[in-house]
Design a protein around this ligand. Structure first.
Ligand code: ADP
Length: 587
């Protein structure tokens, strides 16, 4: 049985108090009896001595003397001879009584002293206080007076009853005091216990009472100090954890920490993103339920078995190509060890590499065509073509066109390289975008009119912008030239305007249009919708050779550098509109 704290606090002191009171009562009872007996003994000795001095043998018998003593004092009187024989007794027949020579009090008296004893009389059956002294006249005989102890008994009992009553009262009072004190003590202890538990559960703002300043008050203070210390440490740990999580969250690699049972302890966002999951799993989720990549599970087992880091290239995606490098490191500790998984996406690097290869291939291809043609015609001329008066001018013209194409290609490549340099900067100045658009139209007007096209700048107020004039005019020129180049008949219209913080420019033509499936790709480098037409049509119409497939990617770069956007809307047969917008002021 479990006792409550209060009961336990009460039980031991109550047992001690009851024991002490009981012991005291017993001792007191003994002391009272001894005191009463001493008092009675003194009186009896005095009486017995008096009687021994005055008692006399009458007609050779002591019987009248014992009877008269009995009558006088109401006490049993006995006379024994020197050999212990009972000569007379006031309450029994002397002759029938056994020899009394060996009774303690008799032996002391026979030796000439005063004999005192307390005993239950074998003759009468009561407890007596005996006192025996030698007879004054006949020194051989001894007189003994016996006083029944009933009175002493009664007195002692009533005194004991009194002291028991007093002790019980004292006991009750002390139990009440103890109960109160232990109750308060238990209550304060319980409160401290509750506070300690709430501190343990991390509840904020919990404080223990520190008064009164006794042991429990000091315990309360110690709890409060512990709490403050805990708060500091928890705060430090929390900061450390937040820092770690921030670092993990912003890592470009996926990181996952698994416990020994392959359950998730922590997974950063990047890891979830790499596995196409919306968010990292809750901690405690079985890893295999989250990442269904058998190779990764095998690597975890292998790294634990071998006790070292295991790295491997994986193809984690079912829906797309690409490689990720997985690295699993066992973190030590009792087996099975927790492990750290790092997933590094290699597909971006792969894409970049592919882009570079494609670019070099494209550039080589673009250069090869005009170079081959140049070399071919030059050789034809050298091998007698110069004599051919009919064709030599045509050959030289073709060679010039080839050189123009080469120049255009090199210029566009240089422009792109310039734009893509990491330290490329804009030389901003304030200028009127409408005036710039008008300038660009003037550059193409002659060629356009020759082709029967109308070129129009929609009227409107000036549109001031703070931007890189040279680059914006480069972008605008590419859009305008394209519009004229890819329009057979109809018009090319430019409009310029302002929306809040942005300025915009739209180049609308009534040309061939761009098929919907090509639209998303027209801004890619070297992308041409109709390769044959793009390459052949341009040089005849413009001195600055185009048809490189780089014009729109230059536009896109320039506009992006200005923090703007370029878009295209097109319908086959009815025309195309390119529109860009950039912030009007410095960003
Ligand atoms: P290119 O030097 O070949 O014109 P661009 O990058 O300027 O290269 O354009 C890419 C392709 O987009 C062009 O080859 C052409 O097919 C298409 N294109 C661009 N502008 C227009 C337009 N205004 N109308 C129709 N097609 C266009």
């Amino acid at each position: 049985m479990r006792l409550s704290l209060r009961a336990r606090l009460l039980v031991v002191p109550v047992i001690v108090v009851v024991g002490a009171v009981g012991l005291l009562t017993v001792l007191e009872h003994g002391a009272q009896r001894r005191w009463l007996l001493e008092h009675e003994s003194e009186t009896l000795v005095r009486l017995t001595r008096e009687a021994a001095r005055t008692a006399e043998v009458q007609a050779g018998s002591w019987q009248p003397a014992t009877d008269s003593l009995e009558a006088r004092f109401g006490l049993r009187a006995t006379v024994i001879a020197g050999d212990g024989r009972v000569l007379a007794d006031s309450r029994a027949r002397a002759r029938e009584m056994e020899n009394h020579g060996q009774r303690d009090e008799m032996r002391a008296a026979l030796r000439g002293g005063v004999g005192l004893a307390v005993r239950r009389s074998r003759t009468v059956g009561e407890e007596f206080l005996y006192c025996a002294v030698p007879m004054a006249r006949d020194s051989a005989a001894v007189l003994r007076l016996a006083q029944p102890l009933v009175m002493v008994q009664h007195l002692s009992e009533s005194l004991t009853r009194l002291s028991v009553a007093a002790a019980s009262l004292a006991l009750l009072a002390s139990i009440l005091v103890l109960a109160y004190v232990s109750g308060r003590f238990a209550l304060r202890l319980r409160r401290l216990q509750v506070v300690a538990r709430r501190i343990g559960q991390g509840e904020p703002g919990v404080r223990a009472t520190e008064s009164p300043d006794d042991d429990l008050g000091q315990l309360g203070r110690a709890l409060n100090e512990m709490r403050a210390e805990l708060d500091t440490r928890v705060e430090a740990l929390r900061r450390e954890r937040d820092d770690r999580e921030r670092i993990l969250a912003h890592m470009s690699d996926g990181v996952a920490l698994l416990d020994g049972a392959d359950r998730v302890v922590h997974v950063n966002h990047r890891f979830a993103e790499l596995l196409d999951a919306a968010r990292p799993p809750e901690s405690g989720t079985p890893f295999t339920a989250f990442a269904r990549i058998p190779e990764l599970a095998e690597m975890v087992a292998e790294s634990r078995r071998a006790g070292r880091t295991v790295s491997r290239d994986l193809k984690p995606w079912a829906t797309r190509a690409g490689t990720a490098r997985g690295t699993v490191t066992p973190l030590g500790g009792p087996a099975p060890e927790p492990v750290l998984i790092v997933l590094h996406d290699l597909s971006q690097g792969e894409a970049l590499q592919r882009m570079r290869q494609d670019f070099v291939a494209n550039v080589s291809h673009e250069l090869r065509t005009p170079l081959t043609s140049l070399r071919g015609y030059a050789e034809t001329l050298l091998e007698g073509g110069l004599e051919d008066a009919e064709n030599r001018e045509r050959f030289v013209r073709i060679m010039r066109d080839g050189a123009v194409r080469l120049q255009a290609l090199v210029e566009d490549l240089l422009a792109l390289a310039e734009l893509e340099r990491p330290d490329a900067t804009l030389r901003r100045e304030s200028f009127d975008l409408r005036a710039l658009a008008a300038e660009q139209l003037e550059h193409v007007r002659e060629a356009a009119t020759r082709a029967g096209l109308e070129v129009v700048l929609e009227p409107g107020p000036g549109v001031l912008v703070y931007a890189d004039r040279v680059r914006i005019s480069q972008a605008l020129a590419n859009l305008v030239v394209n519009a004229v180049k890819y329009t057979e008949r109809g018009s090319v219209r430019l409009s310029v305007g302002r929306d809040d913080e942005m300025v915009w420019c739209a180049v609308r033509d009534t040309g061939t249009g761009i098929p919907a499936e090509d639209l998303p790709r027209v801004f890619e480098r070297f992308y041409r919708v109709d390769k044959a037409r793009s390459r052949e049509g341009a040089p005849t119409r413009f001195a600055r050779g185009t048809g490189t497939g780089l014009g729109l990617s230059i536009v896109k770069h320039v506009i992006a550098m200005h923090g703007g956007e370029v878009s295209v809307v097109s319908r086959i047969g009815s025309g195309t509109t390119f529109r860009f917008e950039i912030p009007s002021g410095p960003r």
